[in-house]
Design a protein around this ligand. Sequence first.
Ligand SMILES: Nc1ncnc2c1ncn2[C@@H]1O[C@H](COP(=O)(O)OP(=O)(O)OP(=O)(O)O)[C@@H](O)[C@H]1O
Length: 335
Amino acid sequence: MPILVVYNPVCGDCTAEHFFNTHVIPRLHTANRIPTEIIRTRASGDAGIETLRFLNRHKKDVTVVLGSGDGTLHEIVNHLAFTTDVEDDRAIHFVLVPCGTANALYASLFRPAPLEETVAYRLRSLEAFLSASTPRLLTLSLTFTSDPLGSHRALHAAILKDSEKLRKEIPGIERFKVAAQQNITKWYASHVKLLPIPSSGVVLTYDPEKGDFVPFGSDENGSALDVHGPFAYFLSTMNVDRLEPEFRINPMVSKSPPTGASMDVIMVRPQRDPTFTVDTPKAREKFAEKTVAVLTTAYQDGIHINLRYSLNGDISGGGGNTVVECFRATDAPQG
Ligand SMILES: Nc1ncnc2c1ncn2[C@@H]1O[C@H](COP(=O)(O)OP(=O)(O)OP(=O)(O)O)[C@@H](O)[C@H]1O
């Protein structure tokens, strides 16, 4: 199978090229899997263009050994998704070499073994490929955004956008925390319609008592679930249980893996706080302390999804509403 090696020299701390020259390419050679082509991206968008060009040159299944973070992989997938140039029945195997900042997909698929040395950890996907292990299928979603007001972004998108401006100054994952602080008092007025998972006909919600998903209340009849904001945090994920190696924002992806195509939605809605009365700048500032507190516990192996309010609005071990809501649903009409 033809092998395309692509790396992004500016992702993460800009060491992908060195890592590839020192470890990845020599390892491919010793395993006698000689790269068909090696591409060093020159600009944003290059990885997608080069992958498509490679696919068109080699009319069969291909392997892409990709040295980057999540963004470059996302670019390739997006580029291929919107082209009509590639036959549908082609298999594209990705071998991920984490060189980016967060590497959420890699960190979700591969957990470091105790005392595992960093280079060996980063070569796990490559070694899996060389030992012909069975590839993992991932779910892809096609998202259409229609926002009549044009200006609303959910907290997670806001963090990503603002963290990009900090890349030079803070090359590591710390920039996500700084960007989160810059956006934490914002609330996002919006409304989301969650559609039932086709295989079960229901929208699922996480129940901390059961430690698992259960059908959402009255929606066992299979109807869509309307969720109204404002939202202090909103994220939808597929395939990943974490957004950086220790920030396990959606532990249910690994604890209770989806059986078919679905997406998980994680949200914090301030109006679930029993002490919420009225939306004022002061109330937002006060609630931001709770958002920070609850999201910080995602770093403790994702325990945030079990936290509930007590009657006085504290979020430490009460029996009221969950602070974070976690749903499993689909985002598009089926059939
Ligand atoms: N040669 C290049 N010059 C400038 N930008 C590039 C180049 N090649 C790729 N890019 C861009 O670099 C950006 C960052 O890459 P990527 O997202 O893979 O790394 P990261 O942001 O450090 O990691 P992560 O997404 O895991 O946090 C991408 O948006 C991509 O378009």
